[in-house]
Design a protein around this ligand. Structure first.
Ligand code: EPZ
Length: 431
């Protein structure tokens, strides 16, 4: 086992390139189950989650080949196996995103029900309701979702207690693209990663209209053909690095950044006193990756701000832990309200061990800013909580050691190398 070691107090300065988006890569890789021929994907990050999904696709008769130039070639070779096994699915909840394409292309899917995780129970009731509307017979047996049926277009409302569902929307889109007739998806998630999936499928021959809006229209087509596609940059990685720059008082430039998808994050950082300048004013068109630069310069103290996480384009829940770290040293009291995953506060206890003063009750965290955090040994609990502990360690006095590093490797590619290149004193050691 490894631990991350950070000596805090060094401002981050310099340029860093943002990787491709994990949460676009996963559904787009799964969508290749729908495609005839080979698809070449560019910008796929080197992550544990990507490797896990490759193993699941291999189990499903799909060949995944990493090419010299870093691209990933995906080809369906054998459609007989339709089971995504427990021992792989249990390591990554997002594996549920093979349910829709398996059903849409092979008429059958047997996917292990993903367990909960540290950010909360991860139900899939809306996914099930959606595929049943498309004509699937669904049985839950021995911990598996078993769905069979030929997909037929229908009208579906994807509504849950916390708004829509990102992977649920992806699953329904992927089950509908080869269905007979028209599917209308109401209250679809509009996250950039869902939009990227829809752009990818349209380029492969699908017929999806209303991308980026909450009502999608999917007209079924007969087949999808292999294409070459570059996924969008990772807005959560970009936001995480922005906050790392802000908390250390440095000045960093993000290339291939995702600022066009980060309006809510940039707005809050500016309210907190962080200077942010977008050099390339042209809005990126989601689905077509352009390079633009985002400067993050911090001039004074961090001001307290109130944050409520919401579905896109609201404040991403995946940025909540990182903001909690930043606001723990603001000069005042901030309030964070978690409206997507109400129990997503595992990072609070660990930040408090570093000297933060955060009170969490149900879906609310009250953060009383302190002058300085102190390094100590802390435990990562999930992907974004690990990022918040790294951010806190970069600013803390002394040495911070972060255990259970596998969480960070699931969603950030060599994050410590890139922070080191910006001037951070950060390294891995054997535990
Ligand atoms: C995606 O998860 C992301 N993961 C998550 O990022 C992200 O936090 C989440 O969307 C919200 O933006 C990937 O894209 C791989 P949801 P997903 O279904 O799709 C409830 C990260 O750190 N719900 O949109 O699983 C659910 O409990 C990860 O990169 C139901 O009630 O999230 C939650 O409260 C963490 N029934 C809310 O909806 C359902 O059938 C939003 O969940 C499905 C969801």
């Amino acid at each position: 086992m490894e631990k991350m070691v950070i000596e805090g107090g060094y401002p981050l300065n310099g340029k860093v390139k943002v990787n491709g988006a994990k949460n676009a890569a996963l559904p787009i890789m799964a969508a290749c189950l729908l495609i005839n021929g080979t698809t070449k994907l560019r910008g796929i990050p080197e992550l544990t989650d990507v490797k896990t999904l490759c193993k699941i696709l291999n189990e499903l008769g799909v060949d995944t080949k990493k090419c010299e130039d870093g691209s990933l070639d995906i080809t369906v070779k054998d459609e007989r196996n339709i089971t995504a096994p427990y021992d792989l699915v249990r390591t990554m909840r997002a594996s549920i995103c093979v349910l829709g394409p398996l059903l849409g292309k092979r008429g059958m899917a047997k996917v292990s029900i993903p367990g909960g995780c540290s950010i909360g129970s991860r139900p899939i009731d809306i996914h099930i309701k959606g595929i049943e509307s498309l004509g699937a017979e669904v049985v839950m047996e021995d911990g598996y979702v078993i769905a069979t049926g030929k997909m037929k277009g229908s009208e579906i409302y994807l509504g849950g207690p916390y708004g829509s569902t990102v992977l649920g929307t992806c699953n329904i889109i992927m089950a509908a693209v080869l269905a007979e007739g028209r599917t209308i998806i109401e209250n679809a998630a509009c996250e950039p990663e869902v939009q990227d999936l829809a752009h990818f499928l349209n380029k492969a021959g699908a017929n999806i209209a209303g991308i980026g809006e909450s009502n999608l229209i999917v007209d079924g087509v007969d087949r999808l053909n292999g294409i070459e596609y570059e996924i969008i940059p990772d807005r959560i990685e970009a936001g995480t690095i922005m906050i790392a720059g802000a908390i250390t008082g440095g000045n960093i430039v993000l290339e291939n950044d995702a600022s066009c998808y980060l309006a809510s994050v940039i707005d809050k950082l500016r309210e907190a006193g962080v200077g942010i300048k977008i050099t390339d004013a042209d809005k990126n068109t989601p689905g077509h990756v352009q390079s633009s630069e985002c400067f993050v310069k911090r001039d004074g103290n961090i001001k307290p701000v109130n944050i409520t996480t919401l579905p896109y384009p609201g404040m991403p829940t995946d940025m909540q832990a990182q903001f909690s770290a930043l606001l723990s040293i603001a000069n005042g009291t901030s309030i964070i309200t978690e409206r997507v995953f109400p129990h997503r506060f595992m990072h609070v206890a660990e930040l408090n061990r570093m000297g933060a003063n955060i009170m969490n009750e149900d879906a609310i965290a009250i953060i009383k800013g302190v002058p300085k955090l102190s390094g100590t040994t802390v435990m990562a609990s999930d992907l974004r909580a690990s990022a918040s502990l790294i951010i806190a360690g970069l600013a803390a006095k002394g040495i911070t050691e972060i255990r259970r590093l596998y969480h960070i490797d699931r969603g950030y590619e060599r994050l410590e190398d890139r922070l080191k290149n910006l001037g951070a004193k950060i390294w891995r050691e054997k535990e």
